[in-house]
Ligand binder design. Sequence first.
Ligand code: EPU
Length: 422
Amino acid sequence: MKRFIIKGPNKAIKGEVEISGAKNSCLPLMAASILFKNKVTLNNVPFVKDIFTMKDLLVSLGANVKYSEVNKKMTIINKQNHKLVVPYNLVSTMRAGVLTMGPLLSRYPKKEIKVALGGGCALGVRDTNWHLAGFKSLGAKNNLHKGYVNISSQKGLNGNNYKFPKVTVTGTSNLIMASIFAKGTHFIKNISIEPEVIDLINFLNNSGAKIKFLGKRSIKITGIKELINGSHTIIGDRIEAFSYLCVGAITNGKIKINNINPNHLRSEIMTLKKIGYTIDTNINSIKINSGKKLKPVNLKTGPFPNFATDNMPLVMAVLTKIPGKSEIEETIFSNRFMAAPELNRMGAKISIKKNKAIIIGQKKLISADCISSDLRTTFSIILGAITAEGSSTISRIYHGLRGYYNLEAKLKKIGVKIVSKN
Ligand code: EPU
């Protein structure tokens, strides 16, 4: 099992990073290919582990998938009807497998679809009850049998209305995909407006779907007959982008990141500015420059356009070095502070009380051997190791490789002293 060894402290890191396509945009777009009768072409695909798992899932359902990592391109061809069973082994390693529910139901509403439930995950309970309630509003019934949800609607799907009790990202994408061919019009309220959901809506509309915004978080979907071909270029990954901005922040260096829309990181940029960093943005790039007097901040995560929960462990690492007391409130997941004990092993002072973290900034961190437990925690620990004095070892980095493309090479390119070992 691969480990990273990072030698710190890396002072004032300078360089440029090319941001890859957004994993959390690519996964629902790949699932959406099920809606199409012929070919879907995706550009700017980030070939991380989760994308290969989703590819295997589509192949197991009967799709023909071709890809070129060099050209960042994937083509998904559906010449035959899909199999309607999504097996546990593919959903258990990647929760995004639940995203196949909506498109399978949409395309084969009168058949019985069996999708394995993914179960819990390191971030806490991750339910699909609102996905299923959304499908119910279209007329689909479901029952749970031996760990599989069976979904079908004998009379087909009919437009109606549904309001999500709380914002859910994959829930929104799933219900949008389920509604595309429903008879009449389906109204959905309190949807997620994360950039990745908007990317899915743009892709579907450009391919012939009829999804219209009625308000900030309300949409109307008018059922169409079929989708045949589609093509889309995936947006840049705002979480990967923020991760590398944090490398600049924690070393008080100078980093420019390319291929990212700064509007997707408005809250995060505001937070970095509040701490005291200088940030310059362009249409498709962001630059961070060292700040002279850095101050602690208080922040709270929330659905977009608020500070993203995925970016929280990253800023938490940065705040371990900012003099004074910072506070973070996490509002999305029950168990999102797994990086805290690892950073504390490097000498950080983070205390967790329920959904709040209090961070007392330290002058220096000292290297330690750490274990990663989820995707964003991996990068948070990497940030600590970059600034800590001495050699830190990070185990279980496969968590990080699920979502960061060319992680080691990108860090090396900007001067981080990192090697991987088995
Ligand atoms: N929730 C329910 N019932 C539901 C759906 C959600 O109770 O039916 C709860 C969840 O338990 C959670 C909250 O609602 O407490 C929000 O969950 P959401 O459904 O928005 O999360 P998700 O769609 O499963 C996506 C990303 C996550 C990201 C979250 C929050 C993908 C594939 N995953 O998950 O990304 O943290 O939104 O923004 O898009 C990652 O990339 O590392 C990652 C975990």
